[in-house]
Design a protein around this ligand. Structure first.
Ligand SMILES: Cc1cc2nc3c(=O)[nH]c(=O)nc-3n(C[C@H](O)[C@H](O)[C@H](O)COP(=O)(O)OP(=O)(O)OC[C@H]3O[C@@H](n4cnc5c(N)ncnc54)[C@H](O)[C@@H]3O)c2cc1C
Ligand code: FES
Ligand code: FES
Length: 484
C-alpha cells in the first residue's frame, strides 16, 4: 500500500500529498509551488557547486550538509531538514551566521550565499564526520565572486556559542572507538507520477523486492544515481532505496579491522576512521572524496556498485584484502574477495538479484606500512585522475610482502602484480622501488582522457611508488605542500 512521504522541514512536520512524485529531486520540490522555498539555489545540478546545500539535522544534534540537487524526495522520508529560510529567528532577524557573512562582505552576486550559509551553519556544530576546518567545510561550495577571503573571514566571526567542536584525539588502534548509533527512517512505499519508491525496513524485504524488481534502481546515497535525475532528467519507474535497512547501517571496529555496512555514509565512516590511528591514511583519503555534502550521502556500497575504475575507496580495499559480503533471496550470503570483485569496465561479480551488504576491511598488520594516494586536478571535491593504495610488510630491512593497488590505470581498480613481485623479497632501498616503478609500465597500459594522458598516468603511478619509499625511509619529510 502506498503511503505519504513525511519529514520535518525547518522545524515543522510535513506530510506530503500522496500524489507527490517520490523520484523528483529534493531541490525541485523545495523550489516548486508546494514548498516555495526558493532560497536554495540550483547552480550545476550535479553536486559540484553547493548552491543547493541544505542541512539534515540528525537526532544526536549533528548536522549533515546535503546537495538537494542529488537527493531524491523519497530518500528524505523520516529525516529532519533545514533550508536557509529556516535559519532566521522567530522575530525574522538573520541568524548569526548570516550576519557574519554580511558583515565580512562575503557576498557579491549572492547566488552562492545561501549554500555557503548552510555549510557554515552545519560546520558550527559537529558534523556527521567530525574534524576538519573551514577549508574542508567550504570544499563543496563554489563562489565565483568573492575569492573566498571574506568568506573565510566570516567563518572566523561565527559566534563562539555555535563554534565547531575541536577535533577528537586519536586513541590507540587496540581500543577503537565505539561508533555512534544511527537513526533510520521508517520504511514505506510511495507511488505517484508513474514512480514506485520502496523503502524496505529490513534486509529480508530488500532482497525479496530486489528479486521481484530486477530493473529497479537500487539507490544508496544517490551521489551517482541522483545525477541521472538531476542532469539527465530520468524518471525510473521503480526505485529500491536501502537507507532504512538497519543491517546495512552497521559499523563496527575491533582489533582485526572494520565491518562496514554497505549503506554507511562516508561521513560516518570518516568519523570512525578519523579516530583510529591504524586507518589514518584512509581517513586522509576520505577527506578528499567529494565534499562534506557528497560524503554525507555517498556510501562505500555505492562506490563498489558503480565499479568505476577511478572510485577512490576501491584501491584501499584491494591493498588491505577486503572481503565483500553480498546477499540475495535466492542464494543467501556469499563472501567475495575484493581482488576478484571487478570483472571488467564497470562490471562486477554481483548477480542482478544480489545486493552488497557489508565490507570487511582488515586492519593493517602491526609494523606494516599502509599509504593511500590521490592525484587530481584540484585537491578537494575532484574525481581522481589516478589513485593508489599500498601495503608493505617489512622484516629486518627486507620487503616481506607488497600489495600495490591502483585506480585510473586500467578498466578496473587493479593490483600491479609485476611491481608487487619486484618489491617482494627486495631490500628496503630506493633502487628496489625504482625497479618496481619500471615494472609498473608492464603492469598497466593506461588510457588518455580529458583528466590525464596515458603518459601522465604512467609517470604519476611510478612517482607515487617512488614516493612510497620516501614515506618509509624519511617519515619526517612533508609529503604534501599546502597553501598558507
Ligand atoms: C560532486 C561529486 C563528487 C564526487 N567525488 C568523488 C570522489 O572524489 N571520489 C569517488 O570515488 N567518487 C566520487 N563521486 C562519486 C560518488 O560519490 C561515489 O561513487 C559514491 O561512492 C557513490 O555512492 P552512493 O551511495 O551515492 O551510490 P548510488 O548513487 O546510490 O549508487 C551507485 C551505484 O551503486 C549501486 N549500489 C549502491 N549500493 C549498492 C549495494 N549495497 N549493493 C549493490 N549495488 C549498490 C547502485 O545501484 C548504483 O548502480 C562524486 C560524485 C559527485 C556527484
Ligand atoms: S546545484 Fe550545484 S551542487 Fe547542487
Ligand atoms: S557571491 Fe557571487 S558566486 Fe559567490
Amino acid at each position: 500500500m502506498s503511503g505519504c512521504i513525511e519529514f520535518v522541514l525547518n522545524g515543522a512536520p510535513r506530510r506530503l500529498p500522496p500524489e507527490t512524485r517520490p523520484g523528483q529531486t529534493l531541490l525541485d520540490w523545495l523550489r516548486g509551488p508546494e514548498a516555495g522555498l526558493t532560497g536554495t539555489k540550483e547552480g550545476c545540478a550535479e553536486g559540484d557547486c553547493g548552491a543547493c546545500t541544505i542541512v539534515a539535522e540528525e537526532p544526536d544534534g549533528r548536522r549533515t550538509p546535503l546537495n538537494a540537487c542529488l537527493a531524491l524526495l523519497g530518500q528524505m522520508h523520516g529525516r529532519s531538514l533545514r533550508t536557509v529560510e529556516g535559519l532566521r529567528g522567530a522575530d525574522g532577524a538573520p541568524h548569526p551566521v548570516q550576519r557574519a557573512m554580511a558583515e565580512a562582505d562575503a557576498t557579491q552576486c549572492g547566488f552562492c550565499t545561501p549554500g555557503i550559509v548552510m555549510s557554515a551553519w552545519a560546520h558550527a556544530r559537529p558534523t556527521e564526520e567530525d574534524g576538519g576546518g573551514a577549508h574542508e567545510a567550504l570544499a563543496g561550495n563554489l563562489c565565483r565572486c568573492t575569492g573566498y577571503r571574506p568568506i573565510l573571514e566570516a567563518f572566523s566571526r561565527i559566534p563562539e556559542d555555535v563554534a565547531p567542536a575541536p577535533s577528537p584525539s586519536a586513541p590507540s588502534p587496540a581500543a577503537p572507538p565505539a561508533p555512534a548509533p544511527v537513526a533510520l527512517p521508517g520504511g514505506g512505499r510511495f507511488t505517484a507520477g508513474g514512480q514506485d519508491f520502496h523503502l524496505p525496513e529490513n534486509l529480508a524485504s530488500l532482497l525479496t523486492l530486489r528479486a521481484a524488481l530486477p530493473e529497479a534502481w537500487l539507490l544508496a546515497g544517490g551521489t551517482d544515481l541522483g545525477l541521472r535525475v538531476s542532469e539527465h532528467r530520468e524518471r525510473p519507474p521503480a526505485i529500491l532505496c536501502l537507507s532504512a535497512v538497519p543491517e546495512l547501517q552497521r559499523l563496527e571496529a575491533d582489533a582485526t579491522g572494520l565491518r562496514i555496512g554497505a549503506g554507511v555514509t562516508y561521513g560516518r565512516l570518516l568519523r570512525l576512521v578519523g579516530q583510529d590511528a591504524g586507518f589514518a591514511p584512509l581517513a586522509t583519503l576520505l577527506r578528499r572524496l567529494g565534499s562534506r555534502q557528497i560524503r554525507g550521502m555517498g556510501t562505500l556500497g555505492g562506490n563498489l556498485g558503480t565499479a568505476s575504475p577511478i572510485g577512490d575507496a576501491l584501491p584501499p580495499l584491494l591493498a588491505l584484502g577486503a572481503r565483500i559480503t553480498v546477499a540475495s533471496a535466492r542464494a543467501g550470503e556469499r563472501v567475495l574477495a575484493a581482488d576478484a570483485f571487478f570483472t571488467g569496465y564497470r562490471r562486477t561479480l554481483l548477480a542482478p538479484d544480489e545486493v552488497i551488504t557489508r565490507i570487511d576491511l582488515p586492519r593493517p598488520p602491526p609494523g606494516a606500512v599502509f599509504a593511500c594516494e590521490k592525484l587530481s586536478k584540484r585537491h578537494d571535491q575532484d574525481i581522481s585522475t589516478l589513485s593508489a593504495a599500498f601495503l608493505l610488510r617489512i622484516e629486518g630491512g627486507t620487503i616481506a610482502g607488497a600489495r600495490l593497488a591502483f585506480g585510473g590505470m586500467a578498466a578496473t581498480p587493479a593490483h600491479a602484480p609485476l611491481a608487487e613481485a619486484a618489491l617482494t623479497g627486495a631490500p628496503l632501498a630506493d633502487a628496489s622501488f625504482a625497479t618496481a616503478a619500471q615494472a609498473l609500465a608492464r603492469d598497466f597500459t593506461p588510457l588518455s582522457d580529458w583528466r590525464g594522458s596515458a603518459e601522465y598516468r604512467a609517470a604519476g603511478a611510478a612517482g607515487l611508488l617512488r614516493r612510497l619509499y620516501w614515506r618509509v625511509a624519511r617519515p619526517d619529510l612533508a609529503m604534501e605542500v599546502h597553501a598558507p
